[in-house]
Design a binder for this molecule. Structure first.
Ligand SMILES: [Zn+2]
Length: 235
C-alpha cells in the first residue's frame, strides 16, 4: 500500500499471480473491498464485529449466535427408503454444494490448475454443471427421463433436482421411487466421472439395476417386479 497525494495506491508483490477463474474473481472482490478502505493516523486495534462497544467475549459470541440462529431448511432432504447410506451422504453434501468439484476446491484454496470440467473442457466444473448440465450428464438424464416417461425440466441446482420427486403426479410410492432414481442418477454420474472409461449407457444400466435391488431389498413398502421395472419404473 502506498500513500499518494490523491489517496492510496496498491502495488502487488506477487510470488505467483492469481490463476484465471476463482482466484481472479476473489482478487477482484478483494480489490473492490480495498477501494472503500480509509487509512487513519490512529494505531491499529482488534475489534469484535458483533459488538462495536465491547471486545470479543464468549458471552458476546453466545448472544450473537442466539440472535442470528441459522434458519431451519424450509425444504429438508427427503432421505428416501432403500438408498444406501453412502449415497445419502453424498446427496446431502451435493445439495449443499459441498462435493469436491474443481470450482469448490479452488474456492477453498486448493490448487487444481484449470477449473474447466474434465468431461467437456468448456465450462467451469461446479456441482450443477457436473451432475446436471454437462453434456455427459445431460445424455444420462435424457435416457433416465425416457425410461421413466418423465419430461425432465431444466434444473438450476442439485437441490432443485433432488426435490423434484414431489412434482411427480401419483401415489406416494411413485414419488418415493422417483426420489430413489434421482439420487442414484446423481451418484452414478459422480462415480463414473472418477473412472477412466465413462459411459452413458453404463451409468443408466447401473441406475436401473441398483435402484431395483435397493427398493426390492431395503424398501419394505414398495413392491417392484423386474420386467415392469425395466419398461417403466413409475407405472
Ligand atoms: Zn462438462
Amino acid at each position: 500500500m502506498i500513500r499518494t497525494e490523491s489517496g492510496i495506491d496498491w502495488r502487488w508483490n506477487w510470488s505467483r499471480r492469481p490463476a484465471l477463474g476463482m482466484e481472479t474473481r476473489q482478487f477482484q472482490q478483494l480489490f473492490s473491498l480495498l477501494q472503500g478502505f480509509r487509512v487513519s493516523e490512529t494505531g491499529d486495534k482488534w475489534t469484535w464485529e458483533a459488538d462495536d462497544e465491547e471486545a470479543y467475549t464468549i458471552k458476546s459470541l453466545k448472544k450473537t449466535l442466539e440472535l442470528n440462529r441459522i434458519p431451519a431448511d424450509p425444504n429438508p432432504m427427503k432421505w428416501a427408503n432403500g438408498v444406501p447410506l453412502k449415497v445419502k451422504g453424498f446427496i446431502w453434501k451435493a445439495r449443499l454444494d459441498r462435493i469436491p468439484t474443481k470450482v469448490a476446491l479452488t474456492s477453498r484454496g486448493v490448487q487444481v490448475g484449470s477449473e474447466e470440467c474434465s468431461f467437456c473442457f468448456g465450462n467451469y466444473e461446479s456441482s450443477e454443471h457436473l451432475l446436471l448440465h454437462c453434456l455427459f450428464a445431460t445424455m444420462v438424464w435424457n435416457k433416465i427421463a425416457r425410461w421413466c416417461g418423465w419430461s425432465m425440466p431444466l434444473f438450476n441446482s442439485v437441490r432443485e433436482c433432488m426435490d423434484s420427486y414431489s412434482d411427480i403426479t401419483g401415489s406416494n410410492s411413485k414419488k418415493e421411487t422417483m426420489a430413489v432414481i434421482l439420487k442414484a442418477t446423481v451418484w452414478y454420474i459422480w462415480l463414473v466421472f472418477n473412472s477412466s472409461t465413462p459411459s452413458v449407457d453404463g451409468v443408466v444400466d447401473k441406475v436401473r439395476v441398483n435402484t431395483f435391488f435397493w427398493l426390492k431389498h431395503r424398501a419394505r413398502k414398495i413392491n417392484v417386479v423386474w420386467h415392469k421395472w425395466c419398461s417403466n419404473p413409475l407405472l
